[in-house]
Design a protein around this ligand. Structure first.
Ligand code: FO1
Length: 322
């Protein structure tokens, strides 16, 4: 089993590359997705990061935005506008069906893990997609205007507010699911996708017990930096790292994960950081990490898996004999 930790568009892209690289056995891939971005709108439960990975693996993601469905229409949103709603969150008509179905199944008493599995199966995706927990967790950011719910900060206000703090409401009641535990216990490799380390991977690792499960995974743990040449490829990860007192660099991302990683993948543009990152106690692969098209997703995924394969003997020799 290859376990990927993902949130947001960058995470979905690498998960897609891994899915294709494991083409003959796609069921070997399990993607643990951030649910701290989940929220309720129009009485529906929306799980943006899960849906971004779902649509990307199903081959129906909107290629321009990375989220939402390619070629979707917005008739429902236009009608809501006529009723006076400001319709700040752009839910397409087909996307709306996902939120309707998810909400219906949740109200019928199914666990979020079961609901996501049903959506995955219906769209013909053969990898496992696993919410980080079945309990509700909500990312909240502190800004000069006070605390903001994540989608308010990110979408409604365009992630322009300086962030001085982040918390994950409800995290103390969350637990890794039986499915996530089983996947990590069987992991030949754990891949931290190039997702925001604070608000995408951060909530996953904050689930009580999750870090211990990642640390105990039998295979090597490898992260791909979402920061290239000091900048986030998408979203506010660079500004957020800086505002929270970190460097905005691949090194800072490696330092945040240092107790969990065997290897770090950084872009050629950051090659000069390799020695500093290795001094944190992990190996470094320098390669092209920017995924402009599907070919680049597959190539990066293959590089990452090959690198993990090289780290496997070192990791296994660290395991106590059973
Ligand atoms: N992101 C936006 O920037 N604007 C939107 O209107 C928006 C709508 C949206 C609808 C469904 C969905 O699954 C995701 C959507 N996203 C939108 C993306 C999303 O909320 C963020 O990218 C993530 O939460 C950050 O990982």
């Amino acid at each position: 089993m290859i376990v990927a930790l993902a949130g947001g568009v960058g995470g979905a892209k690498l998960a897609h590359g891994l899915y294709h690289t494991l083409a003959r056995e796609p069921e070997r891939l399990a993607v643990v997705v951030n649910t701290g971005d989940d929220f309720d709108l129009y009485g529906l439960h929306i799980s943006p990061d899960a849906d971004t990975v779902l649509y990307t693996l199903a081959g129906i993601a909107n290629p321009e935005t990375g989220w939402g469905i390619a070629g979707d229409s917005f008739a429902a949103l236009e009608m809501l506008r006529r009723y006076g709603d400001d319709a700040w969150f752009r839910v397409g008509d087909r996307d709306l069906a996902t939120h309707l179905r998810r909400t219906e199944l949740l109200r019928a008493g199914r666990r979020p893990t079961e609901v996501l599995a049903a959506l995955v199966a219906a769209l013909g995706v053969r990898a496992r997609l696993l919410p980080m927990a079945d309990e509700p967790v909500a990312t909240v950011v502190t800004t000069p205007d006070g605390e903001l719910a994540f989608q308010d900060y990110f979408v409604r206000r365009g992630h322009r507010d300086p962030v001085s703090g982040v918390r994950f409401a409800g995290i103390e009641r969350a637990r890794p699911t039986a499915e996530a535990r089983a996947a990590l216990a069987a992991a030949e490799a754990v891949i931290f996708c190039p997702s925001n380390p604070i608000v995408s991977i951060g909530p996953i690792l904050a689930v009580p017990g999750m870090r211990a499960l990642v640390r105990a995974a039998p295979g090597p743990r490898v992260a791909v930096s979402p920061i290239v040449a000091g900048r986030a490829l998408k979203g506010p990860a660079d500004a957020m790292l800086a505002a929270l007192g970190h460097e905005s660099s691949a090194y800072a991302v490696a330092a945040l994960y240092r107790d969990l990683l065997d290897g770090m993948v950084i872009d050629r543009q950051d090659a000069e950081q390799a020695a500093r990152i290795e001094a944190l106690g992990m190996r470094v692969l320098v390669t092209d990490t920017i995924m402009r098209d599907e070919e680049e997703r597959r190539r990066l995924a293959a590089d990452v898996l090959h690198f993990a394969g090289e780290l496997r003997p070192a990791r296994q020799s660290m395991e106590p004999p059973t």
